[in-house]
Design a binder for this molecule. Structure first.
Ligand SMILES: [Zn+2]
Ligand SMILES: [Zn+2]
Length: 278
């Protein structure tokens, strides 16, 4: 990775996401992203979940994005969607109509009952059931559907347990990596871990903030490193912004990629994701 290379932020929540508290315009977002100097553009990826399956915001955002890109004479914004996957069968919620509007699709589990993992009466049998379902959900959803990026790998489980579930998660990763490689699905390196997950490791109780963060940092680094060593898997940077000030905030993912020695040829850029489904 050279000094003047710019990178794509493939994961931004804009005005149509319920999780965005203060709505902002795409114009403001692209100005914020480009002002950083190291960002080549971003993708608007609002949620499409089974519990909020509305996809009517997509044609509206598509028109807005096309107008802005035409006005600026270059595609700085892409349209994606962040799809929740939640079922061992790999069921998928995006309609064909929606897919035709999108440049690309990002997906991962969001609504697993991960809080049960921190309950007192949990044992190996219950953990086993949880992670068996998680493996089926990720492997089947990614292998059966048009997904381009696997978002925030194991976010819920790392958030709740730090390194505690490593022995369950890495065997799952072994099953996911061939799917990523064979289907050309990139692994997300996400700002969401260093930004706001640093005091939420629950299994050991609240504990000192720094120990929670170190566990998260070690786990996520091991996940990215395993993908790098496996070979043939690409990586993509994400701010997972929910506010305009975080759009293009991919400094942490870029630093992590440098520290791990991920070559520039393995990083996804805007041109790789533009029009993948159109
Ligand atoms: Zn997400
Ligand atoms: Zn997100």
């Amino acid at each position: 990775m050279t000094g003047n290379t710019k990178y794509f932020d493939h994961h931004v929540h804009t005005g149509h996401s319920r999780c965005v508290k203060v709505p902002y315009t795409l114009e403001a977002a692209v100005d914020r992203a480009l002002a950083r100097g190291f960002v080549e553009g971003f993708g608007s990826t609002n949620h499409v979940h089974f519990n909020s399956p509305d996809q009517s915001h997509l044609p509206v955002t598509r028109r807005e994005i096309d107008e802005i890109n035409a006005k600026r004479g270059k595609p700085f914004i892409l349209l994606g969607a962040e799809v929740d996957v939640d079922h061992p069968s790999g069921r998928f919620t995006l309609t064909k109509q929606s897919l035709d509007l999108l440049d690309y699709v990002i997906a991962g589990p969001h609504n697993q009952p991960h809080r049960t993992l921190a309950m007192e009466d949990m044992g190996n049998e219950e953990y086993g059931e949880y992670f068996e379902a998680l493996e089926a959900i990720i492997v089947n959803s990614l292998s059966k559907n048009p997904v381009d990026v696997w978002v925030h790998p194991f976010l819920q489980e790392i958030e709740i347990g730090g390194e505690y579930f490593a022995d369950y998660l890495f065997p799952i990763l072994d099953k996911v990596l061939p799917v990523l490689r064979d289907k050309g699905i990139a692994m997300e390196i996400s700002s969401t871990f260093p930004r706001d997950k640093n005091d939420s490791v629950k299994v050991f109780g609240p504990g000192p903030r720094v120990e929670g963060w170190l566990q998260v940092a070690r786990m996520t680094s091991r996940v990215y490193k395993a993908a790098l060593d496996f070979g043939g898997v690409k990586f993509s940077f994400a701010s997972d912004a929910h506010a305009v000030e975080n759009v293009g905030d991919i400094g942490a993912p870029i630093a992590i990629a440098r520290w791990l020695g991920i070559p520039g040829s393995r990083i996804v850029h805007i041109a790789d994701l533009q029009g993948k489904h159109r």
